[in-house]
Ligand binder design. Structure first.
Ligand code: FES
Ligand code: FES
Length: 151
């Protein structure tokens, strides 16, 4: 199947088996920032943005994405380094497997305008609800996202 997507700001025209997952397709292109945790749509480690909305790349088939605009953690690192910097400054990772997915959920929250409300922490928790971390206990992650949204 012939497909075209906008990937991290560049148009990509390619041939692919439409049943390939977005996760496998990204990683086969060398974009290994997107991680596989559970592989069944539960942990959020594989989160990327499609049309500005967070999706689980492990469950999304590439054949459904023709004409879509995709943003991965590599794109965020290039266009919005303040988000990555906030995670580093707040030491919001241990093993790092969940981190790219947390970063992408934060990017989606920013696009949705989160940050203006007084109770921003509860909004952040809602946006990160689908992103599980086995290491940090979440407080440093919340702090990183708050730091980012307040900048
Ligand atoms: S690897 Fe996709 S949700 Fe866990
Ligand atoms: S830092 Fe290890 S799973 Fe989150």
């Amino acid at each position: 199947m012939r497909l075209e997507v906008n990937l991290n700001g560049s148009s990509v025209d390619f041939e692919a088996d439409p049943t390939t997952t977005l996760l496998d397709w990204l990683r086969s292109r060398g974009l290994t920032g997107t991680k596989e945790g559970c592989g069944i749509g539960v942990c959020g480690a594989c989160t990327v943005l499609a049309g500005g909305r967070p999706v689980s790349a492990c469950l999304t088939l590439i054949g459904t994405l023709d004409g879509e605009t995709l943003l991965t953690v590599e794109g965020v690192a290039e266009t919005d380094p303040a988000l990555i910097d906030a995670f580093v400054e707040c030491e919001a990772m241990q093993c790092g497997i969940c981190t790219p997915g947390q970063v992408m959920a934060a990017a989606a929250a920013k696009r949705a305008g989160v940050g203006a409300a007084a109770d921003v922490d509860s909004e952040i928790r809602e946006w990160l609800d689908g992103n599980l971390c086995r290491c940090t206990g979440y407080e440093t992650i919340i702090a990183a996202v708050r730091t980012y949204l307040e900048r």
